[in-house]
Ligand binder design. Structure first.
Ligand SMILES: [Zn+2]
Length: 89
C-alpha cells in the first residue's frame, strides 16, 4: 500500500494555484447568484406598482395632480396619502 491519504492529496492540490481558484469558484458563483437575485428583485420592483410606505399595500396609486410637477398618491387600504414632486425632464 502506498502511504498517501486523501488529506495528503488535498494538501498537494492546494499547492497548485488553479486548484485554489477551482475550490473558491463555487463560493464566487454563490455570491454572483445572490447579486443576480438582488438585481432581479430591484428590476421587478421597478416594474411593480407603487407600494404604500405605510401598510405595504399595492393599492397605492396616483390619484390626482394639483400642480403639474406634483403627484398625489393615495393608499386604498389605509388611506395614507403622499404628495411627490415629479422631476422635470
Ligand atoms: Zn396603505
Amino acid at each position: 500500500m502506498i502511504g498517501i491519504s486523501v488529506s495528503d492529496i488535498l494538501k498537494m492540490l492546494e499547492k497548485i494555484p488553479i486548484w485554489k481558484t477551482l475550490a473558491e469558484t463555487p463560493k464566487k458563483i454563490e455570491q454572483i447568484e445572490k447579486r443576480l437575485l438582488e438585481l432581479e428583485k430591484n428590476i421587478s420592483s421597478f416594474k411593480q406598482k407603487e407600494i404604500c410606505p405605510s401598510c405595504g399595500s399595492e393599492n397605492f396609486r396616483a390619484i390626482r395632480s394639483r400642480e403639474a410637477n406634483q403627484r398625489t398618491y393615495k393608499c386604498k387600504d389605509c388611506e395614507y396619502k403622499e404628495t411627490r414632486s415629479i422631476k422635470n425632464t
